[in-house]
Design a protein around this ligand. Structure first.
Ligand code: DPM
Length: 363
């Protein structure tokens, strides 16, 4: 058959077409997420041949260490990117919150899908049914390895204790239910929903209790930046509001030099008034939440209908390829993230994050 890096298939009528290979981690959640993107592509392009390729990543192999202690930013993405680079797969589906805010050269986010509920959720030990974080007994132990969750919840619910819990979602739920170590655990509502475990959600945490992580609840499709065919194919999966919210959130974290292992949280909203506005609230915390900075800014994301001048330059800077979404709106969203980061930096965010990082490394 054809020469070259891609894989082809010949059907019964002798027609040759390219096989689109989708890389995924092997955890059940990753498979469910990848299958959902594959199903959408199949619906949009009934003639394409899709193949799903499962891979283990460093993050899946190191199960006993808290994420925030491993320190490698591209924990869950590196092996998948290597496969992309070698043309072994053509696209990779990630939880956006696990994707570093700067991708290595040669890769881009070709689609950000409509966001699920971005909030965190409380999953109770069965014996605590009916309780909330407020009404759990003094010194109840809550499982989370997220510095972001622990920092906010320690401050808000001082009667609770927080301990690390690691492993994929299945492992964590087992650790919760089958032992007496934890009164409850905190997980992203989106992951629970995708696993079909909505019935275990006893409380959704609003922004006053716990703001979410950058990109939480959104799926991203990572592709080779120069693969125009695949980029065109996946671009229809973009959800405009989600893209703009996540561009702002990721610019905020990138500019703070946050990474996935620092207590940084966000909240974004798109509101329609005379003009369409994007609101971004961002915060940084000390490990115990006693010290924090939180601010909100907004920008217009009404498409100003300017001709996008330098598409290539934007793709580089923003890290997302979204040709069909207004260029000026993307620029404003990115600037919003940077402006908010600068505001927090001017108030001492760098110092708070540096201390948090040092204390966490010393744990
Ligand atoms: C990142 C964090 C966690 C994941 C840190 C954070 C949670 C780690 C933990 C960057 N990635 O949120 O502050 O609880 O110990 C992860 C989950 C999902 C994507 C699981 C979860 C599913 C939800 C989604 C792990 N990554 O957060 O409960 O698609 O956003």
């Amino acid at each position: 058959m054809e020469e070259g890096p891609y894989k082809y298939i010949r059907d019964g009528n002798g027609k040759v077409s390219r096989v689109i290979r989708i890389g995924t981690r092997k955890s059940q959640l990753a498979r469910i997420q990848t299958d959902s993107v594959a199903a959408k592509l199949k619906e949009l392009y009934p003639d394409v041949h899709l193949e799903i390729v499962g891979m283990s990543t460093t993050g899946d192999k190191i199960l006993d260490t808290a994420l925030s202690k491993i320190g490698e930013k591209s924990l869950f993405t590196k092996e998948l990117e290597n496969a992309l680079e070698r043309n072994e797969v053509d696209l990779v589906v990630h939880s956006l919150k696990d994707l570093p805010t700067t991708l290595p050269p040669g890769f881009t986010i070709g689609a950000v899908l409509k966001r699920e509920n971005p909030h965190d959720a409380v999953v109770l030990h069965p014996k605590n049914m009916g309780k909330t974080l407020d009404t759990l007994p003094q010194n109840s132990v809550i499982g989370t390895s997220s510095l972001r969750r622990a920092a906010q919840l320690k401050k808000r619910f001082p009667h609770l204790e927080f301990k690390d819990i690691r492993g994929n979602l299945n492992t964590r739920l087992k650790k919760l239910d089958e032992k007496e170590d934890f009164a409850a655990i905190i997980l992203a509502a989106a992951g629970l929903k995708r696993m079909g475990w909505d019935n275990r959600i006893s409380q959704i945490l609003g922004p006053e209790d716990c703001m979410y992580a950058v990109g939480q609840g959104a799926l991203a499709v990572e592709v080779r930046a120069r693969d125009v065919d695949i980029l065109e194919m996946v671009s229809v999966l973009h959800d405009p509001d989600t893209v703009l919210r996540c561009i702002a959130e990721r610019a905020f974290l990138r500019h703070l030099e946050g990474g996935c292992s620092v207590p940084v949280a966000v909240h974004t909203e798109v509101k329609d008034s005379q003009v369409r506005m994007l609101y971004l609230t961002g915060a940084v915390y000390s490990l115990d939440g006693s010290d924090s900075l939180k601010e909100t800014m907004q920008t217009s994301i009404t498409d100003l209908n300017k001709i996008p001048e330098e598409v290539d330059e934007r793709v580089q800077r923003v890290g997302v390829t979204a040709d069909k979404i207004g260029g000026p709106a993307q620029d404003n969203a990115e600037k919003l993230g940077i402006d908010l980061a600068n505001l927090l930096l001017s108030k001492g965010a760098k110092e708070i994050l540096t201390v948090a990082r040092q204390l966490n490394d010393a744990r």
